[in-house]
Design a protein around this ligand. Structure first.
Ligand code: 4NP
Length: 161
């Protein structure tokens, strides 16, 4: 099983949406037995919380139901996951600093938009403090990036053979 963890700051906007989108893509490709994902936040602000109502509404408009409760990334995640996918540079710095303290672990880390051909390695903007249109923009970025990320995993691990 290939295990993927999406990471943002609060774990109520960007990363739960990335998780929901990727879960749907995995299912659609018939890869649910080979790839699984979860999401977490670098902060402890929203532990146990459902995704932000604006994220839930946007996901629903796009035909997606989100099932996640906020949690904070922890040391075990660095051993447990094969791929850790931060949404922005701040999340990436946090992951590298934390991972350096837990000793050997062999996960790979890529920013989400490493896989975005329309914005290579940019941050996924945080929609939390912005307007409603920010949520659809994030949806489109995550949708595009995750399509390419899944293609990358399929090639890397020969998942369709
Ligand atoms: P997220 O957005 O990192 O995409 O979940 C945020 C959610 C909450 C906060 C900041 C960003 N906050 O400060 O509570």
């Amino acid at each position: 099983m290939i295990k993927v963890l999406f990471v943002c700051l609060g774990n109520i906007c960007r990363s739960p949406l990335a998780e929901g989108l990727f879960t749907a893509m995995i299912k659609k490709k018939g890869l649910a037995g080979k790839v699984q994902c979860d999401s977490a936040g670098t902060s402890n602000y929203h532990i146990g919380d459902s995704p932000d109502p604006r994220t839930v509404a946007n996901a629903a408009e796009n035909g997606l139901e989100l099932n996640h409760k906020g949690r904070q990334i922890e040391a075990d995640d660095f051993y447990e996951y094969d791929y850790i996918i931060p949404m922005d540079d701040s999340n990436l710095r946090h992951i590298k600093a934390k991972a350096a303290m837990v000793g050997f672990c062999d996960f790979e880390v890529y920013k989400m938009r490493y896989f975005d051909k329309s914005g290579f390695n940019l941050d996924v903007p945080d929609p939390y403090y912005g307007g409603e249109d920010g949520f659809q923009k994030v949806y489109e970025i995550l949708s595009r990036s995750n399509e390419h990320f899944l293609t990358f995993l399929i090639k890397q691990h020969q998942l369709e053979n």
